[in-house]
Design a protein around this ligand. Structure first.
Ligand code: ATP
Length: 282
């Protein structure tokens, strides 16, 4: 049995460059892992079956579960006949823009690589992960990285931003497909500048990070769910230094340098929105 933490991600930038012939959107994103996670227990089974258990009532436990798919893809890729038992202690809200399913899948790839002594490298695991979902390769790498293509081409960055993160998830589930479906490239007022964001992170200058924090999907989600804008405004009013929606939403995150300010904002927001979480960049 192995135990893996499956950490959530936030998007410090999210750009859509156009639509590809295969129907996916070409994206460029600066992604950041945060220390807020699901906990997975991963074991081998002799009967060849993959069994998923979870405390979360809203996720599928069969082959639709991304963690199930990860186990299946990995054992096929490596010619392994063992089954797998997966226990997912779910803390990351589902359909929230935090890559909850993808990070579980990545944790299974890392965990089984250890359990079965496969000796696969991170890029090899990420390549298997790309067959499961576009966000899985980033979740395999973790840390800070640029994601390109449909999100699966990862350029890891050796920067370690050090900020407090407040995550606020309203009780609405946003479909990533619906947001991309409503997205119009012509409506984008400002595209993020990936290079400038990386420079800002390298300098550790939170004011510059705030200037460069742009997510082109934000206006699409805000027009569908105006209550997300109220959360953004609230976080700004409370003194957050960076405020942005993550992925296709609805989670909004705030970045803050100082612990006391982070805890004050967290406590204020938690009294308004139940699913408010305090963590750090990882
Ligand atoms: P992303 O940011 O990558 O778009 P998300 O955070 O918006 O992802 P998820 O939490 O990954 O969304 O959930 C998206 C869908 O995936 C849900 O409909 C859920 O039922 C399904 N799903 C499959 N496996 C899992 C899993 N292990 N954990 C959570 N959701 C899962």
């Amino acid at each position: 049995m192995v135990f893996e933490k499956a950490r959530a991600k936030i998007n410090l930038t999210l750009d859509v460059l156009g639509k590809r012939p295969d129907g996916y959107h070409e994206v460029e994103m600066v992604m950041q892992t945060v220390d807020f996670c699901d906990y997975l227990s991963i074991g081998s089974r002799m009967d060849g079956r993959i069994e998923v258990r979870s405390n979360a009532p809203f996720i599928p436990l069969d082959e639709r579960n991304l963690a199930f798919q990860a186990a299946d893809h990995l054992r096929r890729a490596c010619g392994i006949s063992y089954g797998v038992s997966l226990d997912i202690d779910k803390r990351i809200p589902v359909a929230a823009g935090l890559a909850g399913g993808s990070t579980d899948a990545a944790a299974v790839l890392r965990g089984l690589n250890k359990l079965w002594n496969l000796g696969l490298s991170i890029p090899e695991l990420a390549q298997i992960g790309a067959q499961i979902g576009s966000d899985v390769p980033f979740c395999v790498y973790g840390g800070t990285a640029i994601a390109r293509g449909r999100g699966e081409r990862i350029e890891p960055l050796s920067i370690a931003p050090c900020f407090w993160v407040i995550l606020v998830k309203l009780p609405i589930a946003v479909s990533t497909a619906d947001v991309y479906g409503a997205f119009q490239l012509n409506d984008v007022h400002r595209h993020p500048d990936t290079h400038a964001m990386i420079q800002a992170l390298k300098c550790g200058d939170i004011t510059q990070v705030s200037d460069q924090a742009v997510n082109v999907l934000e206006n699409v989600t805000l027009s569908m769910y105006p209550e997300v804008l109220r959360i953004k405004n609230q976080l700004e009013k409370l003194g957050s230094q960076v405020v942005l929606m993550s992925g296709s939403g609805p989670t909004v995150f705030a970045l803050v340098e100082r612990e006391r300010r982070a805890k004050r904002i967290y406590n204020e927001m938690r009294s308004l929105v139940k699913e408010t979480f305090l963590c750090r960049t990882y």
